[in-house]
Ligand binder design. Sequence first.
Ligand code: SAH
Length: 288
Amino acid sequence: MASAHTEPTQPSSPTPISGAFPAGRVRIVLVGTQHPGNIGSAARAIRTMGFSRLVLVVPERFPHPEATALAAGAAGVLETAVVTATLAEAVADCRLVLGCTARSRRIALEELHPRQAAGRALAVAEAGGEVAVVFGRERTGLENEELQLCHAAVHIPSDPDYGSLNLAAAVQVLAYELRNQAIGHVISGGEPARQQAPEAGGGVRDPGREPPATHAELEGFFSQLADTLDAIDFHKGRTPAAAMRKFRRLFLRADLDARDVRLLRGLLADARRMADIAEGRVPPPRRD
Ligand code: SAH
């Protein structure tokens, strides 16, 4: 680790992307990081690409001298890093949560190339939404439950025979793609991101719409949906988890805004009430 101390710090600050790319709305989230050196290297990786927001979900060892050493000139990123107890807490206010995974899992999440992911992130951030790019543990990656809190999975198309990058290297690839997207966006006045991600809220949004629902709003809806499906006996012996994965995928594709979520939750509340009446759990309403 000594070599990290002797490396020169950044010769100059990163090329400014201009105000057009709201880097402040993009956070990098590291879940359960085991090696403090990786936290430092990730801090350096994002700082070189013009980002500064790092969120650490239960890091094994932090703060730590090894993290500081490997951050080199990006120690400021570590100083302002936020530590949370859960991934849900780390992304609660986000409109877009992207989960980076070294391998495809059997989970019904849309899988994006890093470039597509960056296009979407840019579109959402530009529309004023918060974006999280989430990375897993060195040994085991993200757990399925954690991936399910993400709106899409991102896979760096690595060699299938040896496809797992070092954590900080994966962070670097994503940060680089985000920066590239932003630079392209600045050069051509916004067209690339809009062409790549019209569905992500960065293109032309219906002016009558509210802002896209936050992660917490969507999770509230999904949890009510799961309860309602049970109450109306939707599953009929099949596994609830499989149905929920399909519903999550469907509703995430729909780019719901806050009003859509309220409407759907109203529908669920009524379905639930009718199920409770039908089952005799509550008396029917008097209609006189
Ligand atoms: N053994 C773990 C790999 C963890 S690597 C596994 O099989 O899941 C640590 C983290 O780096 C991963 O959780 C992921 O967020 C990121 N990462 C590594 N390789 C990646 C790849 N090819 N594409 C996307 N993310 C990757």
